[in-house]
Design a protein around this ligand. Sequence first.
Ligand code: BDP
Length: 597
Amino acid sequence: MLKPRPTATRELVNLDGVWKFAVEGTVGETPWTGPLDTPLEAAVPASYNDLFTDSAIRDHVGWVWYQRQVRVPRGWEGDRAILRVDAATHRGRVYVDGALVAEHIGGYTPFEADITDHIRPGQEFRLTIGVNNELTNTTIPPGRITVSQDGRRTQTYLHDFYNYAGLARSVWLYSVPAVHIADITVVTGLDGTTGTVDYEVTTSMTAPVRVRVLDPSGDEVAVSDGASGTLRIEDVTPWRPGAAHLYDLVAEVMDAGDVVDTYAQPFGVRTVEVRGAQFLINGEPFYFTGFGKHEDTPVRGKGHDDAYLVHDFQLMEWAGANSFRTSHYPYAEEVLDFADRHGIVVIDETAAVGLNLAVEGGLTGAPVRPTFSPDTINDDTRAAHAQAIRELIARDKNHPSVVMWCIANEPSSNEEGAREYFEPLLELTRKLDPTRPVCYAAVMFATSDNDRIADLFDVLCINRYYGWYIATGDLATAERYLEGDLRGWAAKFGKPIIMSEYGADTLQGLHSVWDQPWTEEYQAAYLAAYHRTFDRIEEVVGEHIWNFADFQTSNGIHRVDGNRKGVFTRDRRPKAAARALRARWRGLDGRKPSSGA
Ligand code: BDP
């Protein structure tokens, strides 16, 4: 799916700003049929939850409504007009005046509607978008809605981050010519000093296509005719971690010798491969340093913000991070574009977080239900999960920064039914993209002995909290457990291991001379214990700390104003561990730190 871009043949109108806003129940049953009668306004992009002081809005379970007027540029006669919503979390319905033009389920991937037949160039139309935040056992991520005795609907879910909802990314209106480029796929390879570029351009109607590759200075370095083929770039400059280099694949659709549509798709020439227990980028072993992140900031919730985008990447670079995981959902496309341009490596994750009912009982003492069963995570959930994978790959396939797909976080991979659930999803992922390795992030309860799916995947991504949830405050025991655990996976599977989560909640400003959980010293000592262990185990090819920054969670006695495992606070100030990381990570250039054994 192409990102909308202005080109010589396409125009783009951004619809961000302040929209009318209402919660279901406070306006009529069919709010799209007329002007929204509401005193409220909401910012787009932003999650709506933290914008208002009324807790009934923050805690609302169901639909909310956004509305604005849009004027169609008058020069669009003869073109198609496409409305694009970058994300409606978790379900969206789009109405142009009274007409439903699009419906989409899945909160973190874009969707579009061709609204040409509903609008007139030069005229205004009323755009209404309904957004629903409900999570059930057949959504990705899953959740459960209960009705309390006073009739209120309450949403629970199986992940700790707050269920922010709304229009957290941009909304666009753009034009394309009637005959246009519908999609482009680029797969690159390296043949000595030559870059190979397999490309495929799909068009709305059969029409001649020609493509050119431009280097960053705009010089043409390869050219070809035809909707698919292989281009060769002599003396190619590969895209490398820490040294981004992007080319443009300019596709042109021709009609009687004229260019009727043109689109420039940025790409980088690089290869990714898993060989034995190594993760290779451009044939060289790569060691991941970085974080699991969240899209999470004060007031905006999951709302995309370019200032935080730039600042977060600055902080990652300052710390020596060369990579991150888009835990626990696909991030805004602006984030991946930035990573492409700055040589930061990305593990790109679906929103399949919390396919795990073993954690549900917890402190409530509720009987544990099986994760995979007709009443819980079932065939319909898997169909939603498959769709999430399709949409992720369709959106992100051309990003050189994306080196691996992560199709789930902490599923109950040790439970009966896990293999049956995951095997077809993995097959689908590999069919859609045979070029990138695939992983899932393994939960604490899944060990090398009882995990039922690890052999299907390319890289073992493992989340562990020894020294926090287990052996709390006892780092000597934690280190021993960790080493035994990792050596178990290494011996059994012989695959590369990335520690995809490890971390300790830390209150900024809390100090102690002892190993006391929650202090800044403890976080630093905890991370150091893990790092010593990684350096002793050859199969470990990466370390992603949980988390880059503190983030908001749902209410619960495990959290004080959110999850505090950030190396940075929610407002991006460094805790003591940040400098220790910087000392370890800076200057590694993708190589593993030398053994601390
Ligand atoms: C892991 C989850 C992550 C949580 C983390 C924690 O993958 O989303 O935030 O634990 O408890 O289980 O801090």
